[in-house]
Design a protein around this ligand. Sequence first.
Ligand code: FEO
Length: 400
Amino acid sequence: MHCTRIVAPDIRYVGSSDRRLALFESAFPIPRGVSYNSYLVMDEKTVLLDTVDRSVSQVFFENLEYVLAGRPLDYLIVNHMEPDHAATIADLRLRHPETVIVATQKALDMIGQFFTAETAAPFRAVKEGDILETGKHVFTFVTAPMVHWPEVMVTFDKTAGVLFSADAFGTFGALSGNIFADEVNFERDWLDDARRYYTNIVGKYGVQVQNLLKKASGLDISMICPLHGPIWRENISWFIGKYATWSSYAPEDKAVMIAYASVYGDTENAANILATELAERNVRNIAMYDVSVTHPSVIVSEAFRCSHLVFAATTYNMGIFVNMETALADIKAHNLQNRTVAVIENGSWAPASGRLMREIFASMKNMTVLEEGASIRSSVKDSDLSGIKALADALAADLN
Ligand code: FEO
């Protein structure tokens, strides 16, 4: 049995998808599943570009052997050593002792760490700009450290104009036969997951992503083959544009996100009042989340998308309510910059969450913290409304 598709002349998709995994990297919910992409180039020499996660290894090996049809596997190019792509290298070595592994020296070291030094042999270490000729195809290697690990490189097939981009340009979401972005409604069905994947997996490394985009702009790319999600052969510049926005920490949309943490509904009430006041001021597409219900990875992703962020939190154990504290720590850890933020605090005897949230924003780059907001004692009173309305005025003035 096999499930492979032709990507381009000589290039076959031999990866697969997992719809059972609940948490990617044991951290991120993936209700739409995830794909682990692998590509096989059938040239005078045969070349496999990355393997797959252990969960889909059976179908991967069936695909691989079907396309190889008894030929040896001459090369395995390892662009990224994270186990979601590299877990099956040792199994591959058992099946194909003839295969030369091609990767950066750092990746070689990691093969030794994850497996044994013997697993890596035979091995060819490559550097930026090195060339591998396999007959018709000429591959060159571009290092991409910290997109998303230090050993990462991407591989450009100069013959076919195909960039094998490792984690870059990947997304959460299982592939359902349609392996090309132009075969699905990407903007409607995939973009939110692509943003959540980018921001949570490599969002911290914007500078390194910008460096890769700079290098990629010098290549004549007709197709991008990432290790997760659909392949790009149309409208490539649109998706590269998204990466340029996300990696420069520029807001994608002029929009407000209100994230709140509320134990008994009173802080939520303040958030609802603010949202209503904003709507009355013609602010559209307000995004509002209860951080105790919505996973932090969504809050991080939405914070990258929206230009204006309001955080409303109760005070808890003299600190910020725990789920809000987690969300804010996550946003800070992913290096978010260049946003306008505001806070609403609540506290029944010693409100402190507002000051503590402001301290977090002060430690981040280029965050404009609005003075307007409210400090609520237990429940919203008429006397709190002026602060909430003033905040709505300030946000609406900025947005409209
Ligand atoms: Fe998809 Fe960094 O691994």
